[in-house]
Structure formats: C-alpha cells, structure tokens
Design a protein around this ligand. Structure first.
Ligand SMILES: Nc1ncnc2c1ncn2[C@@H]1O[C@H](COP(=O)(O)OP(=O)(O)OP(=O)(O)O)[C@@H](O)[C@H]1O
Ligand SMILES: [Mg+2]
Length: 259
C-alpha cells in the first residue's frame, strides 16, 4: 500500500505552548481518514502542518513520498478550509468562474480559459451534481450548494489528496448528508484520498476507513469497525456522542449504516 502521508515524531506548539507532541501516523493512497476530537485538540493545526502553512517544531512529514520542505506538487493537494463558507459570496461571480479561478495558475491570470479548461470545470461540477447551476451567481445558492461548488473548485485541479476541515458547518442535515455521500463516491470511484475533520462522529464512522482521534496532544488511529462505541468515545473525550444521531441510508452511499 502506497503511503501518501507520513508523520514521524511530529510536534508543534504556538508560542512555546505544545499542541501536538510526538505524533506518528501514516495515510495510504485511497484512504478516507476521519479526524475527530474536541474543540482545541489540534485538528485544524494538524491539517495546516500537513499543508505546510505551519512548520513543525519537531519531527518530519512526508507527502507523496517527499519531505514536505522539498515538496512542490501542491496542485495535487486540495484543501477546503473550515472557513470556506465565509467566502465572500456577495462577489458577483458565477459558479463556473468560482471553479475556473482555481485553474488560473495554469491558464495564466489574463488569458481566457480555453475549451479544455471549460470542460474540466464542467467535469468537476458534474462530480458534485452542480453542472446545471454553472451560470448562476454563487451568492444565489444555498449554503449546501455553495459548499459543493467549493469542493468542485478543489476537484478541478484533479487532486490526489483532499483535506476538508469541517466542510458541513452551517449547512442543514440533508445537505450535510449529500456532501458526505459525495465525498465517499469521490473516494471510491476516483480513488482520491480524503482527510476529513468533522464533529459528526456518526458520519465519520459510516464513511471513513480510518479514524484519527485527537486529544491530550496525541493522535490514535482506529478502524471504525472496532471499538467506536458510544462508551469508547465518551471515555476518550469525557463527553457523550450519539452515534445514531443520523441515519446514513442515502442511495448514493457505498457503505450503509454500520453502528
Ligand atoms: N494562531 C494561533 N496562535 C496561538 N494559538 C492558536 C492559534 N491557532 C490555534 N491556536 C490554539 O491551538 C489549539 C488547537 O487549535 P486548533 O484550531 O487546531 O483546534 P481544533 O481541534 O481545530 O478545534 P475546533 O474543533 O474548535 O476547530 C487551541 O488551543 C487554539 O486556541
Ligand atoms: Mg478546527
């Protein structure tokens, strides 16, 4: 199994306050890793380290087999941030333009995207079920639809790994379900490695093939089929979660309810 991410003895602190201490894990190609943990446990910080927006205080990270400080193929890495839905949606851009903007680094800022680029944009929108909305203004869409467009914006550069930091914050349960099902399809059908932070332990248990639990400056990787009982999570975090909170029986899902 090809490792796409490896972290060894990884430590990080803000202003000398240690947040992550001696973390070791790897992610294989085609994995769907769900990251859970209470507020402030370092989930977003970990993703920022894996995206090289933060520098580790100790240890090393390899991405697609290369040391992160030497890594240059960032177009292969997609990122949907925790704040994606605070994107200025009053900007008068169409869905097509928002997605195409992520191709500008290749197209060149002042050149119009050609036929081939427009086809790539169409394909990305098709994957998230938003192709028919391509001429609509981004500000006219619902939160869930906007979030799908932001995912298409990442998909257009054909990433090998997608990082998503709470991509469903602020959208209703039905749209949330649709986003999770769509990510599962991208993972299974296109083989895209997914790294998803979510507080929705139920959705993570259903869709992810690995779960990273963060807390006490550490990270433990689990198989969702084992151990992820309500008692286990309550013991780990000191708070209860309801794994039956949502039903995941949408027909697009590959895996059905397992808890
Ligand atoms: N730029 C920063 N400067 C100083 N401390 C920070 C900074 N960003 C985050 N922290 C602190 O680091 C810790 C981890 O933050 P992080 O954002 O990674 O948590 P999280 O697990 O993503 O939380 P949440 O579930 O609320 O998103 C928190 O205690 C936070 O206050
Ligand atoms: Mg966070």
């Amino acid at each position: 199994m090809k490792k796409v991410i490896e972290a060894k003895h990884l430590s990080f602190g803000y202003d000398n306050k240690l947040i992550l201490e001696n973390i070791n894990f790897s992610i294989d190609k085609g994995d769907y890793l769900g990251i859970i943990g209470s507020n402030g446990s370092g989930k977003s910080t970990l993703i920022k380290l894996l995206l090289a927006t933060l520098k580790p205080s100790g240890g090393e990270i390899k991405i697609l087999g290369e040391r992160i400080d030497k890594f240059r193929r960032w177009d292969k890495i997609g990122y949907v941030s925790q704040k994606a839905n605070s994107f200025n949606t009053s900007f008068p851009a169409t869905v097509e333009e928002v997605v195409a903007a992520n191709l500008y680094s290749r197209v060149g800022l002042f050149r119009r995207p050609g036929k081939e680029h427009r086809k790539q944009v169409d394909n990305a929108l098709e994957l998230v079920g938003m192709r028919e909305y391509k001429s609509r203004l981004i500000g006219e869409l619902s939160g869930g639809q906007q979030q799908r467009v932001f995912i298409a914006r990442v998909l257009v550069s054909q990433p090998e790994i997608m990082f998503l930091d709470e991509p469903t914050v602020g959208i209703d349960a039905k749209s949330e379900e649709a986003v999770y099902c769509m990510l599962a399809r991208l993972n299974k059908e296109l083989g895209i490695t997914i790294v998803l932070i979510s507080h929705d332990t139920s959705a993570i248990t259903v869709h992810a093939n690995k779960i990273a639990c963060m807390g006490n400056k550490g990270l433990i990787i689990h198989d969702p089929k084992e151990k992820m009982t309500e008692e286990f999570i309550t013991e780990l975090y000191g708070y209860g979660v309801n794994l039956h909170a949502h039903r995941h029986d949408c027909r697009n899902c590959i895996r059905k309810e397992v808890v």
